[in-house]
Every structure is written in C-alpha cells, then in structure tokens.
Design a protein around this ligand. Structure first.
Ligand code: FE2
Ligand code: FE2
Length: 143
C-alpha cells in the first residue's frame, strides 16, 4: 500500500472542502452586508452585522489553515447574490446556515488532523447559532 499516495489524497480532499468553505463564507459576508441594510429594525441590523463578523472570523480561520497546508493564499471565486427582499433573504440565510452546519460537521468527522477538525466543529456551532437567529427573525417578520 502506498501511504504517501493516501496522504496526498486525504490532503486533496481537505483542500477542496476548505476552498468550498471559504467561498461560502465570502458569499455570506457580502450577502449579510446587504441584508443588514434591509433590516426593518435596528436590533436586527445589529445582530446580522454581528453574525457577519463571525463569518469574517471563519473566513480568516480557514484562510490560515489553507495557508498552513499549501503556503498559498486563496482568493474566493464567488459572485455576490442580492436578497430579493428582507424576508426572502432571511429565509435563504436560514437554509444556507443549516446546510453549512451539516457540511462543517461532515468535514470535522472526515479530517484526520485534530486542529483542523476542531476549527470546523467550532464554526459549525456558530452557524447553528446563526440559523436560530434567522429562524427567530422569520417568526418576528411574519407576525
Ligand atoms: Fe461561517
Ligand atoms: Fe453563519
């Protein structure tokens, strides 16, 4: 068995997931900036901007891991999407956050390096918290 080849394949898979994670974080950072400006209440705008700060932190964390593994800096390949309305935007955000929780947990389970697994698990907890906030905003806006 060629263990070097296995290592290479393992690392390749982590890099793909890291770039996918950074693209997602970058898209969320742009989307939440626009969403915050559409918020009907100052308290909602403040919370969305706090969530956006978490996404910026996640982006830098993944960027750091990618740099440690490759020695290269990654530039996200995403086009900004605009929320059609505040309600539509928070609905999209809720679903994106929930999907990201599943994605990050799956990476955390797959990755062999404990420090990288920890980083994805911690980000997954934040995304779960974000999803709860967007669910709350949906309830408030529908009533
Ligand atoms: Fe995030
Ligand atoms: Fe999030």
């Amino acid at each position: 068995m060629d263990f070097n080849n296995c290592d290479h394949q393992m690392q390749y898979s982590v890099l793909n997931d890291l770039t996918k994670a950074m693209d997602g974080e970058h898209e969320a950072i742009c989307f939440y900036e626009m969403l915050a400006n559409m918020a009907p209440k100052a308290s909602m705008k403040k919370k969305i901007l706090e969530i956006r700060e978490d996404e910026i932190r996640h982006f830098h964390m993944f960027e750091h891991i990618y740099f440690c593994l490759t020695g290269c800096q990654y530039h996200p390949q995403t086009q900004p999407t605009y929320p059609k309305s505040f309600l539509h935007g928070i609905d999209k955000a809720f679903h994106d956050e929930q999907e990201t929780v599943d994605f990050y947990h799956s990476v955390a389970r797959k990755v062999h390096e404990p420090w990288i697994s920890c980083a994805f698990s911690e980000a997954a907890s934040d995304e779960q918290n974000h999803a709860v906030w967007f669910l709350y905003f949906m309830q408030v806006c529908k009533n």
